[in-house]
Design a protein around this ligand. Sequence first.
Ligand SMILES: Cc1cc2nc3c(=O)[nH]c(=O)nc-3n(C[C@H](O)[C@H](O)[C@H](O)COP(=O)(O)OP(=O)(O)OC[C@H]3O[C@@H](n4cnc5c(N)ncnc54)[C@H](O)[C@@H]3O)c2cc1C
Length: 296
Amino acid sequence: MIYDVIIVGEGPAGISASLYTKRANLETLILAKEEGTLQKVGKIENYYGLEKETSGKELQEIGKRQAVHLGVTIKKEEVLQIEYNTHFIVTTFHHTYEAKTVILATGSARKKRDIKGLKELEGKGVSYCAVCDAFLFKGKEVAVLGSKEYAFHEAQVLLPLVKSVTMLTNGEEAIEKRAEGILVEERKIREVRGTDHVTEVAFEDDTTKKIDGVFVAIGTASSSDLARKLGIKLEKTTNAILVNEKMETNLPGLYACGDCTGGTLQIAKAVYEGMVAGMSAIEYVRKGGEKNECNK
Ligand SMILES: Cc1cc2nc3c(=O)[nH]c(=O)nc-3n(C[C@H](O)[C@H](O)[C@H](O)COP(=O)(O)OP(=O)(O)OC[C@H]3O[C@@H](n4cnc5c(N)ncnc54)[C@H](O)[C@@H]3O)c2cc1C
């Protein structure tokens, strides 16, 4: 089946978008890895309609119940990749879904990339997108930095092209499901080294491993990770997804809303942008996927 809209994220932005798309009779699926930022919010006092002290967790539960009550399907799955052909193909660890439109509501990427050498060697062997850069490492020895489903997915993308792939977990335990041919190195990393190009990774125990490239895939695939693979324009310094006033990205049928578009990171803004993205997706589906103004 092809969904009318797949929304990635079940925070205020994603849930808000779903309320509009579902009520417009669009077949709506939400894919979310986990609850999101509201789980960390103790007490909210600056959002409309909360007459008594409400925690972020409570507010999120109310929002989710509202969406489910309307008939929105929510699945607990991490999205690893989104591709676009004539429609969108959304890949999670276990499934592939198809949709006419996708709304990214993935929150802000607060990833720690604090291993020495990563920043300095960006574009010189350090990459953030296997599907974009795998070809540049044909026949070479590469590493994927990360230990979870996303890192594993990136390693699988690289495997057919490169000489070897090693998952560098930096002290974390790697996920159990490993494909044949993917090596795993769980030692703590001190730094990634190289001058014009990545040459080796140094471990805390004073040993090194020769490597030609490092693909960063720590934790969950962030909005910018997913966007990069689709060729979506990002803000240069913050990596926020660039959208217009209709929450349209530069790819027709792909919208973004909430913290992942940058600006003021607040619930009210996420809910507003979710509504706009939902309305734009409705218009797009009803017009049969006609190109929007910003993409003509
Ligand atoms: C400590 C703290 C206190 C705050 N206090 C307030 C406050 O008092 N008032 C206020 O208005 N705002 C507050 N905020 C900000 C507010 O929480 C955010 O602005 C809001 O939650 C953003 O909503 P969102 O839907 O854009 O993202 P989020 O709520 O972060 O939701 C992101 C969703 O995307 C999912 N996701 C991400 N990547 C993937 C993937 N690859 N696959 C599947 N799912 C994915 C996540 O699991 C999650 O469900 C606070 C934030 C923090 C951190």
